[in-house]
Design a protein. Structure first.
Length: 163
């Protein structure tokens, strides 16, 4: 249940920030946020990171939906039981759902965070959830999954499942 609350809170945060940007900034307009570091720039992104696959919003929506369902199944099934694995999966799920909502209802994803000190894609809260959650889960899976999940008594393959 706490992971459902985390996903809901992150989706609400993402959608709230996107709503405020759409309501207060003109498309391609900018507002200072953190001087010399970050500004809010309203971008309608029909693609994904760096505008890859622009104009293929329907395909990206389908992929987001499949990923979201897959992550929800993984979280519900208990394959990953330790919070160090479940929290980042919940973050990725929230990011997928946040951007899926935009794609389905607006036909584009609302991006707003523009880094000023380097050339980087404009991104949003959902993107932060996907990237940070994905990185943390990869670290967890590569370095901690085997030890922490076995500690909880999970079977790890056909031989372990039989006894």
């Amino acid at each position: 249940m706490p992971y459902v609350i985390l996903v809901a809170a992150l989706v609400l945060l993402d959608q709230g920030v996107k709503f405020l940007v759409r309501a207060n900034i003109e498309p391609l307009g900018s507002v200072p946020f953190l001087p010399h570091i970050l500004e809010l720039t309203y971008v309608k992104n029909t693609g994904m990171a760096f505008s890859l696959f622009s104009e293929h919003t329907w395909l990206l929506a389908l992929i987001s939906a499949v990923v979201a369902v897959g992550l929800a199944v993984v979280l519900a099934s208990g394959v990953v039981r330790h919070p160090l694995g479940r929290v980042p999966l919940a973050m990725v799920l929230a990011g997928a759902v946040g951007n899926l909502i935009d794609r389905v209802f607006l036909g584009y994803v609302t991006d707003m965070f523009r880094v000023l000190f380097m050339n980087f894609a404009v991104f949003n809260v959902a993107d932060v959830c996907v990237v940070c959650g994905g990185i943390v889960f990869c670290v967890y899976f590569c370095f901690f999954y085997e030890r922490l999940e076995k500690k909880k008594g999970l079977p790890h393959g056909p031989a372990d499942a039989d006894g």
